[in-house]
Design a protein around this ligand. Structure first.
Ligand code: PLP
Length: 376
């Protein structure tokens, strides 16, 4: 009997570890155990891994090693940028309605501590409204933060225009690029921002490690206090193996970007053309002209997304939805709400995100299962 396929199509949630990275981790973790702050040889070995990783990460991003701060996640990188505002004179932030909770929820939590913020809307394809951003700027605006690419619908934001706007008003600009590394070219974007967040587990690296790019002379206040690590900007003994693995994964992701995105775009095309032959009422969300390759967000009208997720799960097909399910009741995705997608389509939406290991055969299997679910 043919082995049942295991179809992981949720790479925007997280990616599996690249084989080369897991082998590096296995080889290194027994050997490198020192504290990089220790001055003896064991500590120095760990410090070497840390500083090599910083150099590699800087090369990948096209910046200086001094501009890299290692963090415990993409969420932490975003938090550190926003917390920093509390220590500045200008405490107002302009952001967009479709940011990840690592931005929007953090802003909510910091509001009682003195930070204020304004949220710019997006169009029906999930693109930020630049003129609204400009209108929301106040005399005390100390930061504009707009994500590079959206995690639910994949829309790539006009980072260069946002950056021009921020520069014209002399406001630091941060972008959450957690969904972007390895999928779109980062170096050009990095030149346009003052701060940028990344997370290893989105590009086939390990979970629980991220980094923040901080352009030289950009103001940033320490977020985690302690032993003065990361140039006093992030206390705590560094996750040496995680950081080393992240830098290698970033290198690999950028080296393979063309090969990976070409492959993923073929799968995406096969899936979209295939699904259209099964049903002609599928509604695709986002901006097909400027989106993260391989991320497809679509609604199957009349189909409850949580039910679809469960049926697919039973067939070993793993996708996700933006809406949350609490006690059997679905709450609509905030991102689709911000894009003015109707509640019924919102609750019928699922997100498929292909990765480099997915195959043509898996996509065909996925289509055959969808056909079976919809047509019986
Ligand atoms: C756009 C975006 N920002 C931030 C995060 C959070 O990153 P991490 O999982 O490393 O905390 C995610 C994760 O899904 C994301 O998609």
């Amino acid at each position: 009997m043919e082995k049942q396929l295991n179809c992981y199509f949720d790479h925007s949630a997280t990616t599996p570890l690249d084989l080369a990275i897991s082998e590096w981790i296995k080889r290194t973790q027994g050997e490198i155990y020192g504290n990089p702050s220790s001055s003896h040889a064991v500590g120095r070995k760990a410090k070497n891994i840390l500083e090599l990783a910083r150099k590699q990460m800087a090369e990948v991003l096209g910046c200086h090693s001094k501009e890299i701060i290692f963090t415990g996640s993409g969420t932490e990188a975003n938090n550190s940028v926003l917390h920093s505002l509390l220590f500045q004179e200008k405490k107002h932030v302009v952001t967009s309605a479709i940011e990840h909770p690592a931005i929007l929820s953090t802003l909510q939590h910091l509001e009682p501590l003195g930070l204020s913020y304004s949220i710019a809307g997006v169009d029906s394809r999930g693109k930020v409204n630049l003129s609204e951003i400009e209108k929301l700027i106040q005399t005390d605006t100390g930061l504009i933060t707009i994500m590079t690419a959206n995690n639910e619908v994949g829309t790539i934001q006009p980072i260069s225009e946002c950056s021009d706007l921020a520069k014209a008003h002399n406001i630091p600009f941060h972008s959450d690029a957690v969904q972007a590394l390895g999928k779109i070219s980062i170096q050009i974007l990095l030149e346009q921002v003052d701060l940028m967040s990344f997370s290893a587990h989105k590009f086939y690296g390990p979970k629980g490690v991220g980094c923040l790019y901080k352009k030289e002379n950009t103001n940033l206040h320490s977020f985690v206090y302690g032993g003065g690590q990361e140039s006093n900007l992030r206390g705590g003994t560094e996750n040496i193996i995680g950081i080393g693995a992240m830098a290698l994964a970033a290198q690999l992701a950028v080296e393979q970007i063309k090969e990976t995105t070409d492959h993923i775009k073929v799968l995406e095309y096969q899936f979209i053309t295939g699904i259209k032959t099964i049903r002609d009422d599928i509604v695709f969300h986002g901006n097909s002209k400027s989106h993260i390759p391989g991320l497809i967000s679509f609604a199957a009208p009349g189909m409850d997304n949580q039910k679809l997720l469960t049926l697919l799960d039973r067939e070993n097909i793993f996708v996700s939805s933006g809406s949350a399910c609490h006690s059997g009741l679905s709450t609509p995705s905030k991102i689709l709400e911000a894009m003015d997608i109707s509640e019924s389509l919102n609750l019928s939406t699922i997100r498929v995100s292909f990765g480099k290991h997915n195959t043509d055969k898996e996509v065909q299997y996925f289509l055959s299962v969808l056909k079976k679910i919809w047509m019986g």
